[in-house]
Design a protein around this ligand. Structure first.
Ligand SMILES: Nc1ncnc2c1ncn2[C@@H]1O[C@H](COP(=O)(O)OP(=O)(O)OP(=O)(O)O)[C@@H](O)[C@H]1O
Length: 324
């Protein structure tokens, strides 16, 4: 059985102006030790998806329908208390702004020790501070932190964005979650740090068998981190498949457009193809396929009927171009 099975997930938010239909009928799974990268433009519902899986949707979420089964547990129908128990060791989430996940008034060391205490307790082990510090140092070296002895005596505001990111990754490791959710964790970092952190996450997946749900707006980043890639557009799942299938044989016109808009050296003299139009307002999303107003292949049916998610070869695609 997959570690995470999401079936027909739809999420909407209440706002003073109306209901925002942020996710519609999203279905996917992640196996143990596998990574899935979710890619799409701003407003496609990526963060909503991550928050729904971590059961951290904000209070104005009007509903989350469908099912989310994590490690055999029905997350959407679990009590808050039970969800709290699996947070950290079951599911660990790093947010877009990792600094906000750390408490500004405690030193890094105390926060990492606290994380370890939680895990030791859950494993039924007594807490031994010396052993815990050894484990913290090892993990900080694993995340290629320079001068870890100095760093752990600092407060969060004394660290750079890249250092905080490493601390959050280290904390995730100390917690030993089964599923590590990362929402654009590297987007604020420069390209070299970003590349190091992606490599590190891949190493961790291999060495610790951790599954990863990685959210990004950048299809190149998705191709580096994801064993599989899911393409979201305006809350609809457009295409899902292995990294190789999605990158080398994209079926959906939106996936093709995302790939065509990657800057390449060979295209430097020409103009970069842009995806025309803009992401729709999800208070009043387009009927039928939500991409149809921007789609170069749109036919009559596309504005009228929501395409089914169908299997084409090894990928799942939601598009009227493929046998409905
Ligand atoms: N708390 C909220 N209340 C109302 N609408 C929201 C809320 N959070 C997100 N939305 C709306 O839901 C839709 C999906 O947003 P979401 O943040 O999930 O997308 P995203 O792909 O993660 O975007 P970004 O890359 O900009 O973070 C957007 O239209 C957004 O405006």
């Amino acid at each position: 059985m997959a570690l995470l099975e999401v079936r027909n997930l739809s999420v909407a938010y209440k706002t003073p102006l109306g209901i925002v239909h942020a996710l519609e009928d999203v279905t996917f799974s992640i196996d143990r030790g596998e990574s899935l990268a979710v890619v799409g433009e701003s407003g496609s519902g990526k963060s909503t998806l991550a928050l729904a899986v971590a059961r951290l949707l904000p209070p104005n979420a009007a509903y989350a329908n469908g099912s989310i089964i994590f490690d055999g547990l029905d997350l959407l129908n679990m009590s808050n208390d039970s969800v709290r128990k699996i947070r950290g060791t079951g599911i660990f989430m790093v947010f877009q702004e990792p600094a906000t996940s750390l408490n500004p008034v405690f030193k890094i060391k105390d926060q990492l020790l606290e994380a370890l205490k939680v895990r030791y307790e859950r494993e039924g082990n007594s807490f031994d501070e010396n052993r815990a510090i050894d484990e913290i140092m090892k993990v900080l070296r694993d995340v290629r932190m320079t001068d870890p002895e100095l760093i752990i005596d600092r407060y969060p505001h004394q660290l750079s964005g890249g250092q905080i990111q490493r601390i959050m990754i280290a904390m995730g490791l100390l917690m030993r979650p089964k599923l590590y959710i990362a929402d654009e964790p590297t987007s604020a970092l420069d390209v070299t740090v970003q590349a190091q952190i992606l490599k590190l996450l891949k190493d961790l997946k291999r060495d610790y068998g951790i599954s990863i749900l990685f959210i990004t707006h950048d299809i190149v980043v998705a191709s580096i981190i994801g064993d599989s890639i899911m393409v979201l557009y305006a809350g609809q799942l457009m295409e899902l498949g292995t990294m190789k299938d999605i990158i080398y044989e994209p079926r959906h016109p939106y996936t093709q457009a995302l790939l065509n808009s990657i800057p390449r050296v060979s295209k430097a003299e020409g103009k970069l193809p842009m995806i025309g139009g803009s992401v729709p307002n999800l208070m009043n999303p387009p009927t039928g396929c939500r991409f149809h107003p921007r789609c170069p292949n749109a036919k009559d049916v596309c504005s009228k009927v929501i395409p089914n998610l169908v299997r084409v070869g090894n990928v799942y695609v939601r598009c009227h171009l493929y046998g409905q």
